[in-house]
Design a protein around this ligand. Structure first.
Ligand code: ADP
Ligand code: GLC
Length: 484
């Protein structure tokens, strides 16, 4: 077996704030049949060490950025992990990045430490004689791994996967020393990002190969409107043939309406159970049966996710008989806008503010429509969960949403290839705004009124191959080219 060290700050089901965790947690099992054995290095956040089976210390450092650290190897829920136990950095209350709504002041040091430990393991191996053939790093939290390897003169291949270019790991240049980075490399071609230091950029520049999580997002990232100042770096790597865009899959063992413990079982062939899930969901949120479709939203409440567009577009959908249930957490302004909407439409709108994995499954199972009006979306998983659960996606035509949802045009409805509704495709002269979203919702309402057409659309969506098989093959080919 070829060996991969995967380095990330999140990994489902152990620690998750978004899709990054789903991907990091699912890729190892998808790559295994293709000849890749993975170990995932992540911080030992509180509670994780208690869950590890047969934990063995395989690495240590007396001074990892200000305190002693060790790496414990073992299995949690079948996943081979390396937990970086560094209490001075990771034994903290709250989520992986923040507590009580405030980011930890030393996040740049915490994740520099994760990256440093990864680089040491990549170069010298662990005490159980394990050494990777390739290092796969995810997002800004692991962005410094390729840089540390480069400064040490190691030539082990690395892949940097950008899950979201909006998060760049930016700090002041006065932190270079504390992060064990050389001042000589603080240049615009390397660590410097408009006078500051960006760990995402460092990884994007120094990794052997750059990848992102959909073909459309890979293309979008070369555009100033999407590149968040890093479009030049992406374009340069693309021009050298060093950029890949590989769409995310979903873990079809976890996300399966036939076996999901949160769900009354159903399938594309036997969809009857879905109606029961819908009834239960309406009941859970105290909503009467709507005449139109029940839409669901499962999301971080941020600018990226287009929540303001949703709040603007929903009234006309609700007035025409639709209903909506939202599960989300994030920015206070969006939370209160949604609460206001619920107050205006008490019989049509259900809101749950918070993060609730089990409830998210009940939403995907109970909805008729899953709404994803993102301004940008590198890959997106919620539309895939929706499709798998027969909950038809209504999505902005951007990034991975554009790559995974086939719009219900009359032609595609006729030839049976439609899987949902898209709006605002820039390539077709469209714009992602509330008007375009309203129009798409109107089309969905119209089609829902035709039960036969709707059930065909739903079953086509459910039949889509949203698992990891195809994408894992692409990752495997990309990795093979690098270790060749
Ligand atoms: P992103 O990573 O940008 O948030 P994705 O669509 O890739 O977007 O992944 C989001 C993941 O997080 C999905 O698994 C989704 O079900 C989950 N999720 C988002 N918000 C919540 C929430 N409030 N409660 C439970 N799960 C959530
Ligand atoms: C990011 C993106 C999302 C993607 C996820 C996993 O959080 O916002 O689109 O699905 O990473 O790659």
């Amino acid at each position: 077996m070829k060996r991969i060290l995967s380095v990330a700050s999140e990994c489902a089901p152990l620690i998750k704030t978004g899709g990054l965790a789903d991907v990091v947690g699912a890729l190892p099992a998808a790559l295994e049949p293709l000849g890749w054995s993975s170990r995932v290095l992540l911080p030992a956040y509180p509670g994780l060490l208690d869950r590890i089976e047969r934990g063995v210390r395989v690495w240590h450092d007396d001074d990892l950025f200000g305190g002693p650290a060790r790496v414990v190897r073992g299995k949690i829920d079948g996943l081979k992990v390396l937990l970086l136990d560094a209490p001075h950095l990771f034994a903290r209350q709250g989520g992986p990045y923040s507590a009580h709504g405030h980011d930890h002041h030393d996040n740049h040091i915490r994740f520099a430490a994760l990256s440093w430990a990864a680089a040491q393991i990549a170069m010298n191996g662990t005490t159980d004689s394990w050494k990777p053939d390739l290092v796969h790093v995810h997002d800004w939290q692991a962005g410094l791994v390729p840089s540390y390897l480069k400064y040490a003169g190691a030539n082990i291949p690395t892949v940097m996967t950008v899950h979201n270019i909006a998060f760049q790991g930016v700090v002041g240049a006065d932190q270079l020393d504390a992060m064990r980075l050389p001042t000589w490399d603080f240049t615009p071609d390397s660590l410097e990002y408009y006078g500051l230091l960006s760990t995402l950029k460092a990884g994007m520049v120094h990794a052997s190969h750059l990848s992102t999580v959909s073909p459309s997002y890979a293309q979008e990232l070369t555009d100033p409107d999407f590149g968040f100042g890093l479009q030049g770096v992406v374009t340069a790597r693309r021009d050298r043939g060093e950029l890949s865009g590989i769409i995310n899959g979903v873990d079809t063992t976890v996300w399966n309406p036939e076996t999901d413990p949160e769900v009354e079982p159903y399938s594309a062939a036997q969809p009857e159970g879905k109606a029961l899930n819908r009834q239960k969901l309406l009941k859970e949120f105290n909503l009467p049966e709507p005449t139109g479709p029940l839409a669901v939203v499962v999301t971080r409440l941020t600018y990226q996710k287009g929540i303001d567009l949703l709040v603007e577009a929903l009234p006309s959908f609700l007035d025409r008989g639709g209903a909506v249930v939202v599960l989300g957490s994030g920015d206070a302004e969006y939370e209160s806008a949604l609460m206001d909407l619920a107050a205006r439409y008490p019989d049509r709108v259900g809101i749950r503010i918070g993060y609730d994995e089990a409830l998210s499954h009940r939403l995907y199972a109970g909805g008729d429509i899953v709404l994803v009006p993102s301004r940008f979306e590198p890959s997106g998983l919620t539309q895939l969960y929706g499709m798998r659960y027969g909950t038809v996606p209504v999505v902005a035509a951007t990034g991975g949403l554009r790559d995974t949802v086939s719009d219900a045009t009359p032609e595609r409805l006729a030839d049976g290839t439609a899987t949902g509704f898209t709006f605002g495709d820039a390539y077709l002269g469209g714009r992602i705004d509330a008007g375009a979203l309203s129009f798409a919702l109107g089309r969905a309402l119209d089609l829902y009124a035709d039960p036969q057409a709707w059930s065909k659309l739903r079953s086509t969506a459910m039949d889509q191959p949203v698992g990891w098989e195809h994408s894992a093959q692409k990752y495997s080919e990309m990795f093979d080219n690098l270790i060749a």
